[in-house]
Write a new protein. Sequence first.
Length: 368
Amino acid sequence: MAAGRVERVNGFLEAINPVSARLVAERTGYSSQLVPVTPYVAVSVVEAFHRYPDAVEAITAVMSPEEIGEAARRPGCQVNSVFLWGIANFWLLGRNVMNMVDPSLDSVDRAHTVLDFWARVSYAYRGGGYLHAAEAGNRIEVLDRPTIEALAEGARPLDNGRLELVRRFNATLINHLFLLYFDTRVGHGDTGPYRLPDGRIMLVRDYHRLGPSDFWWSGVASDMPYSGLTAALVLDPEVEVAVNDFGTAITRPEDYLEHLTGFGLFTTDSGSLVPVPDEECPALTGVARLAQRQHYRDVVAMSRDDKIACGAYVYFTFLRPFAEIAGVADTIDWTCPRDTSEDLYGLVTADADPPERNPDDVPYPLYT
């Protein structure tokens, strides 16, 4: 049994390693002058290593991973590709850190708890036996045909004035979410590409937690009337679209909005797709701008430790949407940091460059 579990966990690691190595290598480097991103990521992964296995057990006690993955195949759900990537990789990054501190804490059984959950949700969410978007040719086609048809039907043609409105709206919401999520690009995510009957390509973009949420600083967006919005972006047939495991669309040509032929905006706050008219977009853009401006001032006024706590909470709670689907989010303690010792906290949050990795090393060593 133990040998079989080691083999199964190592199989997951062999699937994860090349995808994560490539994603990290391709990701544009970002150094924030406002937020200590690397320190808060380090704290969050240590917390994930200590606490994800118990949280996963609390979730699966009431709902199977397969049921969660199936339930996530809908617009507006944050159990998505990047959050799936996160729950596996954050635990594994925490394992890497803790193996430098106390290797005796590593356990193949706890690794199996997290990675088996990740794999089973992934298979159900993605369909077709895929653990990653990369295995499906960088495609995340999770919406059913009636949903795709409803989104496409609500995507109306654009003139120059409407195109400018869409550009401004999309850019403003992405910037608002980037800062609200403490300088990380996970507040919005794409699925697709979906080929429509007329040959055009549809990209579906979700904007998550736009207003007040479990983020205790999100009161700055209290005037935002929607928690989640979903955009249908219909593109010319010749545009090449891929969506990677971070839920990020990569297009050729790069400026895909120049080839936008249809746009529709919806909210799923009520549990179903409800159209949002163009007339609301300027007001939504204004609310997002004001919230971003105030949030920036609030972050500037924070202590370094408070910034780390906020950012670590964002990353640690990648598991929260899974718990929400299972109905147990309120029974799990999401306090972060909580289990990182004072000495280790000082070490991982030190204002210093992280140790260099050998690019030939796999991200996550196998178990022996």
